[in-house]
Write a protein of this length. Structure first.
Length: 425
């Protein structure tokens, strides 16, 4: 990149609205210089990533590399989510020249197919066959449970970049297990507070009958019923079934004040479209955990317009950190990032913090854990820390769909910590 290209790129990057405009000219100039420098480094890193992707992979692992196993869904309902997580991880890795801490990273991939029945075999392939040092995964909570057990039994470091299964940072917690995402309880609990404040007295819930859905609804009920609301009916169907019509008929017959839901990926797309097609959107307000509309808005179209969700990320945070991340991600992968990309990016950040603290020596697991527990991760979502159970302590935002964005309305819950019930470390 020559100087003219650098200047053109920096001048094209938008200032941060009224927050920047309200400062003096010298402050604006200083912030612009800093932002331009960061953008330049990220774009150069993105170019390096693209170049590296075009080169043939090495047949043998070089001594000194950290082997990281990516166990993610690359097919099925959650395929797009797995790809976004990997993209985010690779972006952070590229920003640091292919190294985390002091060591180069080699990635080994396994498609978990979001199938709990195959989870134990898949994770053991990474641990026993591929001899990975670290595992990053996954999306499906049922698969994550098997991964957590294998990690706990073997002592392998596991960083969960999505699956919110409460047990992972609850009864199954361990010094070598961390999460860069959320617990299922967190966005559900935050929405329970929101809907209670809105004055809804009678609510129906609907989700898939599996760990993520059950736990999201439990978190919602805990906050909602504590404030005087009543869940009059809990509806569910087996994962990944998307035949919603009978349940939508039941919702219509129950005439609740509102509906709370947890769906993600392709299932979320179909549910939102079916809910609108049944005429329910106009008469019974629909609310959900943020996965309902994250990464799905393009496919949902106008049927998602106006929906409210709660999540630890949004499309309109308008912080310098998030704007730089979004620009670099879009230039590298030719698409906009979502919460899954952020969680993959932060999984790499967390691994880098730990590796840096132990100078690349992953046998020092206690020191690795101590470094992460004392760290403040500067994420595109906003900074967060890890609780005593290794789950993020983070702001959860109330968002509304406007066009093709999940716009921030407010902070629904500030620095919300997962209770980690049953965790003993």
């Amino acid at each position: 990149m020559n100087q003219n290209q650098h200047n053109k790129l920096c001048n094209s990057f938008p200032a941060q609205g009224s927050q920047v405009a309200s400062q003096g000219n010298s402050a604006v100039a200083r912030r612009s210089d800093v932002r331009c420098g960061v953008i330049t480094r990220l774009i150069l890193a993105a170019v390096a990533l693209s170049t590296a992707a075009a080169m043939p992979s090495q047949a043998q692992t070089k001594e000194g590399k950290v082997k990281v196993g990516l166990m993610l869904p690359y097919t099925g309902t959650f395929a797009a989510l797995g790809t976004a997580i990997e993209n985010g991880f690779r972006l952070h890795l590229a920003e640091h020249g292919g190294k985390l801490g002091t060591r180069e990273v080699e990635l080994v991939k396994v498609d978990d197919e979001s199938d709990p029945a195959k989870a134990t075999d898949n994770v053991n392939k990474l641990i026993k066959r591929d001899n990975v040092d670290v595992i990053i995964g996954t999306v499906h909570s049922g698969v994550a449970m098997a991964m957590a057990k294998a990690a706990k039994d073997s002592g392998t470091i596991l960083i969960v970049p999505n699956a919110g299964a409460d047990a992972v940072t609850g009864p199954m917690c361990a010094p070598n297990i961390f999460r860069s995402s959320f617990s299922n309880w967190q966005p559900g609990y935050a929405m329970g507070e929101v809907m209670a404040k809105k004055g809804y007295k009678r609510v129906v819930t609907i989700t898939w009958k599996y760990a993520a859905g059950d736990e999201s609804v439990r978190g919602f009920k805990e906050a909602y019923e504590k404030s005087g609301g009543k869940v009059i009916k809990e509806l569910s169907l087996p994962f990944p079934n998307v035949e919603f019509q009978a349940l939508l008929t039941e919702i219509a017959a129950s005439k609740p004040d509102a509906v709370y839901t947890f769906f993600a990926g392709g299932g979320a797309v179909k549910f939102v479209k079916d809910y609108a097609a049944a005429g329910l959107k106009k008469s019974i307000p629909l609310y959900g955990a943020g996965f309902l509309t994250d990464g799905t808005l393009e496919a949902q179209g106008a049927d998602a317009e106006g929906l409210f969700t709660t999540l630890h990320y949004a499309d309109s945070l308008s912080t310098a950190r998030d704007q730089v991340f979004r620009l670099a991600y879009a230039k590298t992968f030719k698409m906009q990032p979502d919460v899954y990309a952020v969680q993959g990016y932060d999984a790499a950040q967390m691994l880098g913090v730990g590796l840096g603290a132990v100078k690349g020596d992953l046998s020092r697991k206690a020191d690795f854990a101590a470094a992460l527990k004392s760290a403040r991760i500067e994420s595109p979502r906003g900074s967060f820390t890890l609780g005593s159970n290794h789950n993020p302590v983070q702001d959860v935002y109330l968002r509304q769909v406007v066009g093709k964005e999940n716009k921030v309305i407010s902070v629904a819950s500030k620095a919300l910590a997962d209770p980690g019930r049953g965790c003993k470390m």
